[in-house]
Ligand binder design. Structure first.
Ligand SMILES: [Zn+2]
Length: 419
């Protein structure tokens, strides 16, 4: 590992892009690093080596999270970081930025011999996106001891269980509860916005108020597979036509409630489908989000009713199974104000906004005061190869993060909780 050029805009961008070359599909645009794949493991090692090169005390934990620590005079610890898994054909900035900038920030504080009361730790979470197994925020959930041992039996689309996937990268599934060796007192996550509000309003720094709650479902629709030529319309139990109505119900619900909720069908499969058969078995996903859990619950009920009615109309069986439910979380008001003060001192304009994307801060925010800092995403493009944030915006975010961490490590720390 070359010694990093840390603390400069070029350094952050360079390491981010280098990490972005580690992907499952090098011949495709974008970055794919799903949990416990070979590419994932290569990225894990690169992050570990970067932490060591930056002079941090580095280690990997029982679920593959990578930690880099800068010891202060107390074991009380302020955490920063983000995730290094990606969606399929995602971008180089989502998640990775918060890790690289965190390493740079801690390295700078170390190089300048800034005295720290509390310790600082940057953590690269093993998984957040839910792109391989039907679970999200695996790394941050594990860090706070909030993982379900039943999750070990979950399988990816190839039928490989989480259990076996862990073993394939040398982890022991029976030890998937990392020790919480330090007294974690707060978490600050730096992330690209993944929306266009900051760019449109020309604000270099976003401060997150609430992270939307979200739930994900797998919906199974079972009708009757039949001959496409000889089966008359009245006799058909077409699972795909019924599912299509349900997709439209999701779309309309989203359209009618966009100010406070949003819903998406991102995956639909016709099982054993062929051109000359009426589809008998379809599965699809639903992703439903809102800043208000009560509103989300009501919209979910409404959707279930719509699905039921479509099922009855087409004589098909519909089972909608919820596999993820993450409550909306308010970020610590203390950390929000601290971030605004820091940005003002650096003469960087701020915008307070909510996050419609899920983040690790959502999990940690229930256990400790948490804050999120956003930098602009060009045209709001995210989860895509064209995801881009300028080197200048990347550097601004790191400066804000570094100063927030230094002040959180040394100031009297408010106990306003994560909510
Ligand atoms: Zn992310």
């Amino acid at each position: 590992m070359r010694v990093p050029i840390l603390g400069t805009a070029a350094g952050i961008e360079r390491y981010l892009l280098e990490l972005g070359t580690i992907t499952e599909f090098p011949d495709r645009a974008g970055v794919t690093r799903r949990l416990y794949t070979e590419a994932w493991q290569k990225a894990q090692i690169m992050i570990y080596e970067l932490m060591c090169a930056a002079g941090l005390e580095a280690w990997m934990d029982e679920v593959g999270n990578v930690h880099g620590r800068l010891q202060g005079s107390s074991d009380q610890t302020i955490l920063t970081g983000s995730h290094f898994d990606t969606v399929v054909d995602g971008g180089a900035y989502d998640g990775a930025y918060g890790i690289i900038a965190g390493i740079v920030a801690l390295s700078e504080l170390k190089a300048r011999q800034v005295p720290l009361h509390r310790s600082l730790e940057v953590v690269a979470f093993s998984e957040e996106e839910g792109s391989r197994f039907p679970l999200t925020c695996w790394g941050s959930r594990a860090l706070v001891g909030k993982i379900d041992t039943e999750a070990m039996l979950l399988c990816d689309s190839q039928g490989i269980s989480l259990n076996d996937a862990m073993r394939s990268v040398g982890l022991n599934p029976s030890r998937a509860h990392p020790r919480r060796s330090y007294d974690y007192q707060g978490f600050v996550e730096l992330h690209v916005e993944q929306g266009s509000q900051l760019e449109e309003r020309r604000k270099p720094i976003g401060i997150v108020g609430t992270i939307f709650g979200q739930e994900r479902w797998i919906v199974r629709v079972r009708g009757e597979s039949a001959h496409a030529g000889t089966t008359r319309m009245a006799r058909r139990h077409d699972a795909l036509v019924a599912a299509s109505e349900m997709v439209m119900a999701v779309y309309r619900l989203s359209q009618n409630n966009e100010a406070h909720a949003i819903a998406t069908v991102g995956l639909l499969q016709v099982h054993h489908g062929t051109a000359n058969c009426v589809p008998g078995h379809v599965t699809f996903t639903v992703d439903l989000r809102s800043a208000h859990d009560e509103i989300r619950r009501n919209l979910a009920l409404q959707l279930r009713q719509d699905f039921k009615e479509s099922g009855i109309r087409h004589g098909v069986e519909v089972v909608a199974e919820k596999h993820t439910d993450t409550a909306a979380v308010s970020m610590s008001s203390h950390l929000q104000h601290l971030t605004r003060d820091v940005a003002e001192n650096l003469e960087l304009d701020t915008l307070f906004l909510d996050s419609r994307a899920g983040h690790d801060a959502q999990i940690l925010g229930r256990e400790m005061p948490a804050g999120m800092i956003f930098v602009p995403s060009h045209q709001g493009i995210s989860h895509h190869a064209r995801e881009f944030t300028s080197a200048r915006d990347l550097a601004n975010g790191e400066r804000v993060l570094r100063n927030v961490l230094e002040r959180a490590a040394n100031n009297r720390y408010s106990e306003d909780g994560g909510g």
